[in-house]
Design a protein. Structure first.
Length: 574
């Protein structure tokens, strides 16, 4: 059997190596347009920031390694330009010489990825404007940064007047995870960074109130955020620096511009083969990663995937799914019945020591598809036992089915990145196993005081959600408090920090003796700092015949909704 694999990075390389492990006799050719295979795109921003100093560290496995370890014929600088499913041939072009040759195949695997979006804006091809996709991209970027603009170099060398190296300015266009990682790394090497994002929030997969915390966090670390404003063009300024122009009419000077405005599935080759393209613009595959041609498979960023929770077709460009899909395609080619379960979109991004992570469906996605059978909770548990030094607060949102408690999605953030990772990874597995919030209650996770709590944040989420579903804790949210009496059960000293206009303050400890002060004919929404004392108070009120609800997440969640808090003042609280 002769198998040709197009694309030699995440999906392609995984497929090639797995196939060899399953079939020692197959002839495997892996072609890659660029100069490297199996490189770590996820590490590229950190090479720019010097965190990964050596470029060679980014190359996970080289051409000779593939030959020696797997007997795979790797051809770099080799582009597949067209496919004929009828003749079962691929035309390959040598990128250096332009020579085109034809190869036959029994099975073909496409893993061409998703190139960065490059809109036809004026000036977009000016020197100093970069994408972040490949090793050569970041090599060129580093060279540019080291060289500086001639304007800056001149200033620096103008001895006697310019004693201090002038500030270097970067504009990052796009507030997804690549844009944010680039912003952090550029700050790390001394740039003043402006990040321009067309949408009103960063990190579009998560809900806006969680993104608001991330926005506050990156702003506090020096990223100048410009939300709700798109870039309209670029111009060259005198001295070699650039100007970035936006819809609002703003102009930003930059010594380097990073474009991170998203990716689009590479379907060029698939179209030459007449393969079916889905409604989201990716290559359509079945659960075996087979395209509309039974001998052609496709994996990775180029394909449409079924959303694990909603069942809708989706585009998700992540390394984990690409690797798993590559393996599944290899399994199927080798005669096994492996199936892809769909993509949950589980992801994490490190942000200045902290992290934001998410899995499953977001609330805004549920709203978009008109799914109203859900409830959400906000919690602010500690990263580990509060009595052990170093505990940091996490912000956690969990979304679940109102009708049966199925866990649908979760988003978390905090300054303790590994603690965020642990909770979202645990919930990701729960979602994949079809768990309910009652399963989260019972989940048995690792515990010692420096790592977690006997009642872990994940258990805690399950318990709170179960209280809601079982009617023990009716819930209200900050975006739906209209007309209710607000009862604040915090201590008076806490109100000095922030209080709610019009709220009645009865500290938790006095509530039982002051019930007569509260109305029985009006809904009461109970608040405290994080909703824990408000839960105790809600239970007292309910058992005394009041119509009470706990305001989920308390004053901490209110801050996330940007109610009464100046934008950018928010942070991932510790
Ligand atoms: C800067 C950056 C950071 C990232 N960080 C993360 C992260 O932290 N976590 C995460 O989960 N994901 C991350 N990703 C996404 C992840 O890298 C991708 O989802 C994954 O690499 C997709 O694998 P793929 O095989 O589909 O495509 P790719 O890995 O992009 O590989 C496709 C390859 O195919 C080649 N190719 C395309 N067409 C042809 C052709 N016609 N002939 C020959 N070769 C061709 C391309 O040159 C390319 O090298 C990051 C991506 C980038 C760019």
């Amino acid at each position: 059997m002769k198998v040709i694999i197009v694309g030699g990075v995440a999906g392609g390389a995984s497929c090639a190596a797995r196939l060899r492990r399953l079939d020692e006799n197959a002839e495997i050719i892996m072609v890659e347009r660029g100069p490297y295979v199996s490189y770590a795109n996820c590490g590229l921003p950190y090479h720019v920031g010097g965190v990964i100093p050596k470029q060679s560290s980014l190359i996970v496995a080289s051409e000779p390694f593939f030959k020696a370890a797997f007997n795979i014929d790797v051809r770099t600088n080799c582009e597949a330009v067209s496919v004929s499913p009828k003749l079962k041939t691929v035309e390959l072009r040598d990128v250096k010489t332009g020579e085109v040759t034809t190869q036959t195949y029994d099975k073909l695997v496409l893993s061409p990825g998703a190139p960065s979006v490059h809109p036809p804006l004026p000036g977009i091809d000016l020197p100093g404007i970069f994408h972040v996709r490949t090793v050569p991209d970041v090599a060129a970027m580093r060279q540019w940064i080291e060289g500086g603009t001639s304007f800056l170099a001149g200033m620096y060398n103008y001895s006697g007047i310019q004693m201090v190296k002038p500030t270097r300015r970067a504009v990052v266009v796009g507030g997804g995870f690549i844009g944010l990682e680039m912003a952090e790394n550029l700050i790390h090497i001394g740039f003043e960074v402006t990040l321009i994002q067309k949408q009103p929030q960063l990190l579009s997969p998560i809900d806006p109130e969680i993104a608001a915390l991330a926005e506050g966090h990156v702003a506090r670390h020096g990223v100048h955020l410009v939300l709700n404003d798109g870039v309209t063009g670029f111009a060259q300024r005198e001295g070699g620096s650039l100007e970035v122009q936006t819809i609002s009419g703003a102009k930003f000077a930059a010594d380097i511009v990073i474009l991170a405005i998203g990716v689009r599935p590479d379907t060029k080759l698939a179209r030459t083969a007449g393969l079916e393209i889905g409604q989201r613009g990716g290559i359509r595959v079945d659960e075996h990663m087979r395209t509309s041609d039974p001998d052609i498979f496709a994996v990775g960023d180029a394909v449409e995937v079924k959303d694990f929770v909603t069942g809708h077709w989706n585009l998700v460009a992540l390394a984990g799914p690409a690797n798993r899909q590559g393996r599944i395609a290899a399994d199927v080619i080798a005669g096994r019945d492996s199936k892809y379960r769909g993509t949950q979109g589980t992801a994490i991004i490190g942000l200045f020591g902290g992290a934001v992570a998410w899995t499953g469906v977001s609330e805004k996605m549920l709203k978009r598809i008109g799914d109203t059978d859900y409830e959400k909770i906000y919690l602010f548990p500690n990263s580990h036992a509060g009595y052990y030094p170093g505990a940091k607060m996490l912000g956690l949102k969990v979304i679940f089915r109102k009708s049966n408690g199925l866990v649908l999605g979760a988003q978390a953030l905090g300054v303790d990145g590994p603690a965020v990772d642990k909770r979202i990874s645990a919930i990701a597995i729960a979602i994949q196993m079809g768990a309910t919030i009652y399963d989260l209650e019972e989940a048995e996770l690792c515990y010692a005081p420096q790592f977690g709590s006997a009642k872990d944040a994940v258990n805690f989420a399950g318990m709170v959600a179960a209280d809601v579903l079982q009617g023990d804790m009716p819930l209200a949210h900050w975006d739906s408090t209209n007309g209710a009496l607000l009862l604040d059960v915090r201590e008076p000293v806490e109100l000095v920090v922030e209080s709610m206009p019009g709220a009645v303050n009865i500290p938790m400890g006095q509530l039982r003796s002051r019930l007569a002060e509260l109305p029985r004919d009006r809904e009461i929404h109970v608040i405290c700092r994080s909703a824990q004392r408000a839960y105790y108070a809600t239970r007292i009120l309910l058992q005394n015949g009041f119509n009470a609800k706990n305001l989920s997440g308390g004053m901490l969640a209110r801050a996330m909704f940007k109610l009464g808090t100046k934008e950018r003042e928010l942070t991932i609280v510790s």
